[in-house]
Design a protein around this ligand. Structure first.
Ligand code: PA5
Length: 315
């Protein structure tokens, strides 16, 4: 997986070059709903922070009831066979204009507008293909404004720094990592957690500021053995957020190891992609350190099989 993940900047370029050949009337679109799970859904989480129109991410069997002819519904599933995403798709397809982002599967067969992405990867390693065609489509429609060139330049010109940071982080993690971020970095923290779970097969947790300051923080009153905190920070973060992080650093630092990471880049999106890539690499180095294989997700597949047997026997 390491070799695939290292090609992220090139994959972003390839993903942005995928042609968007479909017939959507964007002038009717007033909101976006994206359905997906796991490694597919995270792309939408990240993009939701940059949308200029309401943007809702569903990780469930049922899409929201507010969907109508002014909603653009996007189903994102690497395999095209994830049951929750297919369920949302079947409930949304007659109500709104829709697009599917997938390698194929049932979703690829049934959707009218398909963005076909390359197959043969683990979904979470295909993040460039799951995220950037969606970002390009929504940018072309005027619903977000992302400087793709700067972001690619930032990734390409900092390869060694990102590798180094990822190695340092994986060496410094002891026990369970808890990753914290604000705004889009909260979604990137979630991505880090998912990558530690799936690639390194380890427990990890993620929290977003300021919400965690109203609940999770109280757990730090008690002992916090065997925890490493990772703060995904921004140099120009709001004063109030800086004050919160500084407080957390002071208090949590009495009980746990704190790793603070800053990313270069001219804008928040660029810095988010930098932080994301460092996390992706760190999860692979963490897998190496733990002696586990990044590729198989045995329990995820086992459950998918159990559920498919279940629906066959109950139909
Ligand atoms: O990364 C993974 O393998 C998972 O999180 C999958 O993305 C998740 O199970 C959903 O599958 P798919 O992306 O094929 O819809």
């Amino acid at each position: 997986m390491l070799e695939v993940v290292r090609k992220f900047p090139e994959q972003v370029e390839e993903a942005l070059a995928i042609e968007l050949n479909f017939d959507i009337d964007f002038s009717k679109v007033k909101r976006v709903v994206v359905a997906g799970m796991g490694g597919s859904a995270i792309s939408a989480d990240i993009l939701s922070h940059f949308s200029t129109i309401p943007f809702h991410v569903v990780r469930d069997y049922t899409p929201p009831s507010f969907m109508d002819e002014n909603t653009l519904f996007i189903a994102v599933s690497y395999s095209g066979n994830t049951e929750e995403t297919l369920s949302c798709f079947s409930l949304a397809r007659d109500k709104c204009q829709h697009v599917a982002i997938t390698t194929g599967g049932k979703l690829g067969e049934e959707a009218e507008n398909v963005i076909k992405i390359p197959s043969g990867m683990q979904p979470r390693a295909a993040i460039a293909y799951l995220l950037f065609p969606m970002a390009k489509m929504l940018s072309n429609a005027g619903f977000m404004n992302i400087d793709f060139e700067e972001m690619i330049y930032n990734l390409k010109s900092n390869r060694e720094e990102m590798e180094e940071m990822a190695k340092e982080v994986s060496n410094a993690i002891h026990g369970i990592p808890i990753i914290y971020g604000y705004g889009v970095m909260g979604s990137i923290a979630r991505r880090w957690r998912q990558q530690f779970n799936e690639n390194a097969k380890m427990h990890a947790f993620d929290f977003s500021l300021p919400e965690c300051n109203h609940n999770e923080m109280e757990a730090w009153e008690e002992n916090a053995e065997n925890i490493t905190c990772i703060f995904l920070r921004e140099k120009n973060e709001m004063e109030r957020i800086k004050a919160r992080f500084d407080f957390m650093k002071e208090e949590y630092g009495k009980k746990a190891n704190i790793i603070e990471l800053y990313a270069p880049g001219k804008n928040t999106f660029s810095r988010a992609m930098y932080h994301m890539h460092v996390g992706d690499l760190a999860s692979i180095y963490m897998a190496e350190k733990r002696g586990v294989d990044t590729e198989p997700v045995n329990l995820i597949m086992k459950l998918k099989n159990v559920l498919s047997q279940h629906s066959r026997s109950s139909s």
